[in-house]
Ligand binder design. Structure first.
Ligand code: PGA
Length: 247
């Protein structure tokens, strides 16, 4: 079955890197049946779009403003992203939550902005190490979903993908056990079923992210209920990311 394989470059790469990257990467994934997206920094989006036009690869942005336009120095709106050909946007990544103090309320506004412009959204959720150790992960994930999706209609969920990224696994090489991921898939599905319907929960698209690489990708992607992967560090290497995309 088709998987969604998304690469988050974070704050890495120069323009030249993006040029070399796309030249190596695009031909290597041209036969992949999976849905592939790359999320370069804002400054390279237009350039990346030009490079990707001959392929099926989607273009993603790593963030979006919660405001639509006006005096918000340094912000980038959903409309701006749409106008340069962005297809999909990451919202609520743990680095935004932790380092830039983004709360669920702002994340909810960002999601609504993005959806109103027809962008797809990847909503990232996940617990810290201490929340996991103190058995608080269920309530944290439930809250991130219920507050993140607050006020959205069920028919809008088709444009939302939920990425489970345990924060203790991001960039650490420490990965959860399969049964821990399976449990969180259930938590996410139950939350969606409680907030919406059983049908919405069945259709929910859930990704796993956190220290995914070419060696472990297949085992994560095969977990029941996992529809794909959100890859950070390993997506910076076009050869490695192509291997992940071709699983
Ligand atoms: P990682 O990052 O693959 O480098 O752990 C994942 C992410 O932050 O999305």
């Amino acid at each position: 079955m088709k998987k969604l394989i998304y690469g988050n470059f974070k704050m890495n790469s120069t323009l030249l890197d993006i040029e070399k990257y796309t030249e190596t990467f695009i031909p290597k994934v041209s036969l992949s049946k999976n849905e592939i997206a790359i999320f370069p920094p804002f400054t390279y989006l237009m350039f990346a779009k030009q490079k990707l036009t001959s392929s099926k690869i989607l273009l993603g942005a790593q963030n979006v403003s919660s405001e639509s336009k006006g005096a918000f120095t340094g912000e980038v709106s959903a409309q701006m992203l749409k106008s340069v050909g962005v297809d999909i946007v990451l919202i609520g990544h743990s680095e935004r939550r932790k380092l830039f103090l983004e709360k669920n309320e702002i994340i909810n506004k960002k999601i609504k902005e993005a959806l109103s412009l027809g962008l797809k959204v990847v909503l990232c959720v996940g617990e810290t190490k201490s929340e996991r150790l103190n058995n608080r992960y269920t309530e944290v994930i439930q809250k991130e979903i219920s507050e993140g999706l607050k006020g959205l209609y069920e028919n809008e969920l088709k444009n939302i993908i939920i990425a489970y990224e345990p924060i203790w696994s991001i960039g650490t090489g420490v990965v959860p056990e399969v049964k821990q991921i399976e449990e969180v898939v259930k938590i996410i599905k139950t939350e969606i079923s409680n907030e919406y319907s059983l049908n919405a929960s069945k259709n929910a698209k859930i990704l796993y992210g956190g220290s995914v690489n070419a060696i472990n990708a297949k085992s994560f992607a095969s977990i029941p209920g996992i529809g794909g992967l959100l890859v950070g560090g390993a997506s910076l290497n076009p050869e490695e990311f192509a291997k992940i995309c071709n699983i």
